[in-house]
Ligand binder design. Structure first.
Ligand SMILES: [Zn+2]
Length: 290
């Protein structure tokens, strides 16, 4: 739904509304502090589970699901060097009296890793790029990625409010910095925020340290009481085991998508509300609990 923010918002909002109407209910993508579904469920069963349809195109158009690990592992932020070369002991004076050797200084403590300590999510979810909300039942979670403009945001928020639906908005730090009022409006609407990196790079090409910088910078830029932790969405869906582990180490739980509505293409890309609705409905499957 990336392109919601790029314009064509009238048609797109119709698409969003259609999705909302068709969805059984919305559960925020939060796994830990799950938000109770606000919308009445539709008659048809729905779920976020879709094991047969892996995420396809990324919000910005690069189909990059399951990108294999290509980047050489970079030094982990948790690794620290012991910097103290060791205190030198002065040579004892040449005298008959027992030399007084100054006590060597204790080695300097190793720098602490930047990553926060315990992940604020269940350990069982570590290593996953979540596609199904554990135990959520027959619900659909709506998520929006914001990284371009904010043209469609007011209408989107209005539609969600009118339908009594809450969603999760994954924001890039750049977007948040450029749209502080938008961030506030999202929070005021009762929606959850997630971290979508600072500049939206592909993560598998980043070192662990660079990933940490992306996360931290975005977290600072978003600066909302509601988040963005612990939710994170990989830009372009570009992730592998290493990057997931690194994101976990920084206290984030990656959340993926089950159905790519292709809404990010916008009506200028040939996407209509009907196409969006059809794609969602065709891929709804009973969820699973775990
Ligand atoms: Zn994105």
């Amino acid at each position: 739904m990336w392109a919601i923010f790029r314009g064509e918002r009238r048609r797109w909002l119709a698409a969003v509304a259609a999705v909302l109407l068709l969805a059984a209910a919305v559960v925020l993508a939060a796994v830990i502090s799950s938000v109770p579904p606000a919308a009445g469920p539709a008659s048809s069963p729905s779920a976020t589970d879709n094991p047969t349809a892996p995420a396809t195109a990324s919000p910005t158009g690069s189909p990059s699901a399951s990108t294999p690990a290509t980047a050489a592992p970079a030094p982990s932020p948790s690794k620290a060097l012991v910097t103290s070369p060791g205190a030198t002991v002065p040579a004892p004076p040449a005298s008959a009296t027992p030399p007084v050797v100054p006590a060597p200084k204790p080695p300097a403590p190793a720098p602490k890793p930047p990553a926060p300590a315990p992940p604020p999510f269940p350990a069982a979810l570590a290593g996953l790029d979540i596609e199904v909300i554990p135990g959520a039942g027959a619900v659909v979670a709506l998520t929006f990625d914001a990284g371009a403009n904010s043209a469609g945001l007011p209408s989107i928020l209005k539609t969600l409010a009118a339908k009594g639906v809450r969603g999760t908005f994954f924001l890039t730090g750049n977007w948040a910095a450029a749209n502080p009022a938008g961030v506030a409006a999202i929070v005021a609407g009762g929606h959850r925020l997630g971290n979508h990196s600072m500049t939206h790079p592909g993560f598998t090409g980043l070192s662990d340290a660079a990933i940490g910088q992306q996360l931290s910078a975005a977290q600072q830029a978003i600066r909302a009481a509601e988040g963005p932790r612990p939710l994170f969405r990989f830009p372009l869906g570009d992730r592998d085991a290493r990057t997931i582990a690194t994101v976990n180490a920084y206290g984030y739980l990656p959340v993926r998508w089950t159905v790519d509505t292709l809404g990010w293409k916008g009506s200028s890309g040939g996407i209509t509300a009907q196409i969006v609705a059809d794609r969602v409905l065709a891929r709804l499957q009973p969820g699973r609990s775990c």
